[in-house]
Design a binder for this molecule. Structure first.
Ligand SMILES: Nc1ncnc2c1ncn2[C@@H]1O[C@H](COP(=O)(O)OP(=O)(O)OP(=O)(O)O)[C@@H](O)[C@H]1O
Length: 261
């Protein structure tokens, strides 16, 4: 008798294989391979200069790869222009916040909605028709509401605290209707109470928008609480990958961090 127990195996959405990026003699990302499963929160940690941001830059079209492949739901990603990566369904935030600081929070989110395609970007700059504009405005309010900033929609983004700027960045990233969200150090610059609320906030965003999330983060307690799996980079190489507790115990990881002190 064969008893079959079927358990839903989450689908792989991102498949990175042998991703490499050289800058002259320096190998910033060295032969990195990993899979990210649908719906998971996948952490990327490692000492300063380990190659984390370069990996995100490769994944989102900001830096061309030296070699390797990345597929998103089977479609090749590496080498595409950033707006094409966004149009595929992958959106990101930046370590150094990239908001239009002199524009209001609402305007920041409205502009982001137009960046899904080049044509959309031109419409964003030169104006869409009234019905489209009303739709864009409605959606921008919804997103601001979701990140808890709708009561400050008219304020200049540059006046916001770090925490609120990072929330606004996430609203902007969500404006392109991604399926994969890449967050580069979302807790950087946040105060303790802002950091405290971030885990629940990222989970809520993941659940509400049915997202897969990749997150680079230095704040170890946050990573350990938030992530389903964690990958560790050191000098461009992937030295460990697994659930947070086993990664934290891994001697190679301990040594990489202690060696970086
Ligand atoms: N455009 C570039 N030209 C030359 N070297 C670069 C470039 N971008 C990154 N690097 C180098 O690649 C290595 C990896 O940098 P990267 O910013 O990806 O690391 P990181 O893990 O994100 O670091 P941090 O945690 O400090 O942000 C570093 O040695 C960095 O100096």
């Amino acid at each position: 008798m064969t008893a079959t127990l079927t358990r839903a195996v989450p689908k792989t959405v991102l498949e990175a294989r042998n991703m490499t990026r050289r800058f002259g003699g320096l190998i910033a990302v060295n032969d990195v391979s990993f899979d990210v499963r649908e719906g998971e929160i996948f952490g990327l940690i490692g000492p300063n200069g380990a190659g984390k941001t370069t990996l995100f830059n490769l994944m989102t079209g900001l830096t061309p790869p030296s070699s390797g492949t990345l597929t998103y739901e089977g479609r090749p990603v590496l080498g595409l222009a950033p707006h094409k990566v966004a149009a595929l369904g992958m959106s990101r935030t930046f370590q150094n916040i990239r908001l239009f600081k002199a524009l209001s929070a609402l305007e920041n989110v409205k502009i982001a909605q137009h960046t899904r395609t080049h044509a959309g970007l031109w419409r964003g700059i030169f104006g869409a028709n009234r019905a489209e504009e009303a739709q864009v405005e409605r959606r921008a309010w919804e997103l601001l509401d979701l990140v808890g900033l709708s009561d400050r929609a008219g304020e200049e983004a540059g006046n916001f605290s770090y925490g609120d700027q990072r929330r606004l960045e996430i609203a902007r990233a969500l404006a392109t209707e991604p399926r994969v969200l890449l967050l580069d150090e979302p807790a950087a610059g946040m105060n303790t109470s802002e950091k405290g609320g971030l885990t629940a906030f990222i989970r809520e965003v993941r659940d509400r928008f049915d997202l897969t999330v990749m997150v680079i983060e230095h704040h170890v307690p946050l990573v350990m609480n938030l992530c389903d799996r964690v990958a560790v980079l050191n000098f461009g190489q992937l030295i460990a990958m697994g659930d947070p507790a086993s990664v934290q115990r891994d001697p190679k990881v301990i040594e990489a961090y202690l060696g970086g002190e």
